[in-house]
Structures are given as structure tokens and as C-alpha cells.
Ligand binder design. Sequence first.
Ligand SMILES: *Cc1c(COP(=O)(O)O)cnc(C)c1O
Length: 360
Amino acid sequence: MAGVTMWLDEARWREHQRTVAGSVPLVPVAKGNGYGFSLPRLAAEAQALSAASPGAEAVRSGAIAVGTPAEVAQVRDAFDGDIVILQPYDGADPLATSLAGDRRVISTVSRVGDLERITTAADEPRVLVEVLTSMRRHGLPADRLAVVRDYQPRIRFEGWTIHLPIRDQGRYAEAESLGRAALSAAPGPLWLSHLPAEEVVALGRQLGGSGGAPTPVRLRQGTRLWLGDPGAYRVTATVLDVHSVRRGERAGYRQRRVPADGWIVVVAGGTAQGIGLEAPTSARSMRARAISVATGSLEAAGLALSPYTLAGKKRWFLEPPHMQSSLVFLPRSVSPPAVGDEVPVEVRLTTAVVDRIVAV
Ligand SMILES: *Cc1c(COP(=O)(O)O)cnc(C)c1O
């Protein structure tokens, strides 16, 4: 089948997941485009992952996290535990309101007024309360956390959520001080993001109760869990057509002139698959750009480097990608691929949607 294909080494991928799941109760995050794998697929993997850790009750969280209320439906059949909605509860959203009353769903409340709204919307809703961090995205500021006590009889309080920025410096100290403030307002599990597993475990111990028992902790992970071993998958695109062209001839939607004698290779994948949308900022492409400008080559002719590798190199787009295919230019000195060949394409899996996943 022609298209954009992910070749997935499932055994290796799952081995990586188990390594990540190691020592701390893990909450797999399945949101957005499903990190390139789709949400139902990740839900099934999360289910298998928790079943695959026999004897590891202590590190099983029994929960998965989705981004939005609409995503709940995409994971609930394949995963049989709790479903956390990461996006802050919005009382004006009818779906969020109806899910607040769902026994399998845990809502995240990030504004004081929404504690009132959610207790009005549902009977004893299951609630995580978000603590504002230096991300300055969502959450109650540290000096308002005690308000949770007023609502505790009317909610099932599932704990505190702390979403830290991705950076090392001062991260543990921030988690510690916010965790301490939260626990002094109300005891409960701490749900954390972007902290190494060892630090999460250490934090639970450090903030443990007076009886010596650690505070329960959970670690949410998405990118590292699903995409942390790039050797577990590769992505290719099918060559759909090849045309011989001469310098100066016009081609493409925009009828621009072809910069040299060579080939136009039509490959599967375009904006519909999220191809050509990645920010061209990697050091390598910057260097490629500098070189092409210096040598007056194709980029100087107004072309952009494509993510497709043909005959061993990334090649230039003749024009911006179309919906489901792209035109790539190959100089005459290179022998073109055959129609039906699969060629490597570099995609960012947090924005891409592949047409199919093939287990290898
Ligand atoms: C998306 C999200 C995560 C997962 O982030 P990754 O960087 O993909 O691991 C964790 N926590 C929260 C609150 C999120 O919104």
C-alpha cells in the first residue's frame, strides 16, 4: 500500500517501555496525535504494560492520562483503569461536565472557582488539584491550596498534580517546595511530570508522613515512554512517480522553474501527514543551509530541504508539500528511485500522522 509507513519493532519498543516503567508508578500519557501511534493503540500498550509487570503492584498506577475530554472515548475500551484528563476542568464544556460524574474518570481542577463548579456538576467527582509551577500555565497558586479543605467532603480528592518545566536546574527543589506546600494543605498522592523516576521516588520518601510511610507518587510520561528509543521504529514513504526534467522547465502547482537537469520524484506524504511542518532548526539543517547559500546551490534558488532521504541524502522540495504528496528534486547525476520504492522520511512523531504501522 502506498503512503507513509511506520515500521515498528514491537519487541524492542515494549522492552523500552518496560525499562522506563522501572521503579515508579507510571501514568502513561496518551494524548493529541497519540505520539504518532494513535490513542487506541497507546491505550492497548498501556494495558499490556501494566499486565506485563507481574509482581510489580507497587509500581502500577492503574491510570492513563489523556489531554482532553474528547480523548477519553478513544482510550476507554482498550484500557480498563482510571482515565485522568490533563486539561483543566471547564464547567462550560458539557462533555467535561458529564465526565465529571464518570466513576473511571479523574478531572483536573486548576482554578478555585472550578472546585465549586465541579461539585455542583457531579456527585463526589474524582478530582486532582493542580498546583501552579514556574511553567505559569495552569494551577492554584501555593497560597490558595488550603481552599481544597473546604471541598474535601464533596469531592473524591485523588491528589495534587505538579507539572514541572523541562529543565534540570532547580527542578527537584521546586517539586519539593510545592509538594510540601500542597501536602500541608491536604495529604494526598503527588502526580508529577518531567522529573526523573529516582527523584520522584526520593521526593515521596522525603515528603513522607510522620509514621515513616512515603507519600504516594505517580509519574506521568509521554514522549520518553513512547518515543524514547528511536531505534524501535523508522518511517518511510512510497515513491509514487518519477519524471525526467530539464533546467528551466516549469513544474508543480506554482509552475516554478526547475533549477537544473534532473528528476522530479513524487513521494507520498504531505501536510496531511504533518510532513514539512517541522521547524528547520536542527544544527545539521542550519549547516546545510549555510553551505547552500555559500555555494549558491539549491537553497539559494529558493528551495527548502525536505525530510526525504533519496540516494543517501536529504533532498530539496521543489515546492512546499501538497496535502498527501510532495515533489522532491533530484539532480541528473543521481539515479532516481523506482516507483513503488520506500524511501526514508524524517518525521516528528508528535506532529505526524502515518498512514499505517507495520510490525516488524
Ligand atoms: C503532556 C503532558 C505530559 C507528558 O509530557 P511528555 O513531555 O510528552 O512526557 C505530562 N504531564 C502533563 C500535565 C502533560 O500535559
